[in-house]
Design a protein around this ligand. Structure first.
Ligand code: LLP
Length: 409
């Protein structure tokens, strides 16, 4: 867990606030975020890259909450967006268009129009067809669209296959040779302006080696084009510690990338998501029932796979801590109320004996928690709370039943 969360007077706190106080005020399940942890994470990346001209474009898909985004925006963050909806959110966070980069293999015309109207820093383009569409839309609007090509370097980042992107078997980016060709076409097309080059090879990367290697390939493409591109965007992917991973971290990445970026005379863009918000949030949940059968003991919590899908989808490990610690340990499955065996937060976890009403904190839930949540089983989505020192406030109110049917006839 991040330094934003620790035990004080026998109760798990977020900064100066007892998690039990938050549960009392806003109920459960609730995502709780630490402002201090968000700021510390941002500052760690910023400090690591202090020796290189850089822009940190926070990847909104990790956590799109406006209050969370505003904390990062106040630190100077730009945004990495992947849809018109995320672009809308980024602008609501107060992030200017000229600090926003836009990736996605399926940008639609209305989204391209919106991005051009907002004057984004660059489109991270993922195919020839998309490049042609952007050229048409920009021409119609009498604009020049700022372009970076997303290079797929075909390098294995050694992470979960579902969050691997920079390999040829996946849908992202264009191969290096095609990128060179497309840059040539871009130069000849008046409604396009090549300004950068981009990659993103995968997420939750524990080693930085693959990013550095891929950046080397990207630099070759850049040199081959002969175009003075201003932005060298290496994407996101920095991993965090969920269990016993020892991620190499931004400092080593900076050390290894700095010489390359300086030799290219570019501005480095980073697109961290998980690293900024992952350990800054927990999912607070309450035990509803304890149930045993001849084989197992189940702790049934009020948070479920609709709130945090990572364990079900990626078999991901999230630490679970009792808000009030107790002696003893037993092995349990922590599950939610949803009608699927795939609905679990943890399998075979050692926890102290628990009873109905006890509070648990599911750690490292700040990234890809709320943003991947759903209304499955007609469960209103959880509340989100931001803690700032001794105070806390709702960052998103809990959904109610009317929210569930909004828009239905
Ligand atoms: N840039 C691009 C173009 C991306 O596709 C992503 C993540 C990022 C940046 C940010 O990556 P990060 O720094 O957060 O690793 N739902 C999965 C993660 C999916 C990541 C998708 N792309 C999970 O819960 O692990």
């Amino acid at each position: 867990m991040s330094h934003g969360f620790d035990y004080r007077r026998n109760t798990l706190h977020c900064e100066g606030v007892a998690l039990s106080a938050i549960a009392e005020e806003y109920g459960t399940p609730t995502f709780v975020y630490s402002r201090a942890a968000l700021e510390a994470n941002y500052q760690r990346v910023d400090a690591a890259f202090a020796g290189v001209p850089h822009l940190i474009c926070y990847s909104l898909k990790a956590n799109g909450n406006l209050s969370v985004g505003r904390v990062l925006a106040a630190q100077g963050a730009g945004a990495d967006v992947v849809s018109g909806g995320e672009l809308f959110r980024a602008r609501k966070m107060g992030i200017e268009g000229n600090k926003i980069v836009y990736a996605s293999v399926g940008k639609m015309v209305h989204e391209i129009e919106q991005a051009l109207a907002d004057g984004i820093l660059m489109f991270n383009v993922e195919s020839r067809a998309e490049l042609e569409t952007i050229a048409e839309v920009a021409a119609r609007r009498g604009q020049r669209a700022p372009i970076a090509l997303r290079v797929n370097p075909n390098i294995d980042p050694k992470t979960h296959p579902y969050i691997t992107t920079g390999m040829r078997k996946y849908k992202f980016g264009v191969p290096p040779e095609e990128a060179v060709e497309l840059y040539r076409w871009t130069v000849r097309t008046p409604s396009l302006q090549p300004v950068g080059i981009q990659m993103h090879i995968g997420s939750q990367l524990v080693e930085v080696g693959p990013i550095v290697e891929a950046a080397g390939k990207m630099a070759e493409v850049l040199r081959a084009t002969g175009i003075p591109l201003r932005y060298f965007d290496v994407g996101g992917g920095l991993g965090i510690t969920y269990k016993d991973e020892k991620p190499e971290g931004p400092e080593l990445l900076a050390k290894k990338l700095a010489p390359l970026v300086k030799s290219l005379d570019c501005i480095l863009i980073l697109e961290p998501g998980r690293f900024l918000v992952g350990n800054a949030g927990i999912l607070l949940t309450k035990v509803i029932y304890i149930k045993t059968n001849p084989e197992k003991k189940f702790v049934i919590a009020d948070a479920a796979m609709n709130d945090l899908i990572r364990p079900s989808l990626y078999d991901a490990y999230h630490p679970i801590l009792p808000v009030v610690p107790a002696y003893g340990a037993e092995t349990v499955d922590v599950v939610g109320p949803i009608c699927e065996s795939g609905d679990f937060l943890a399998h075979g976890r050692e926890l102290p004996p628990l009873k109905a009403g006890d509070l648990l904190a599911v750690g490292n839930a700040g990234a890809y928690g709320f943003t991947m949540s759903s209304n499955y089983n007609a469960r209103p989505r959880a509340a989100e709370v931001l803690v700032e020192g001794e105070s806390f406030r709702v960052a998103r109110r809990r959904e109610n039943y009317l929210d569930l049917i909004r828009g239905e006839e």
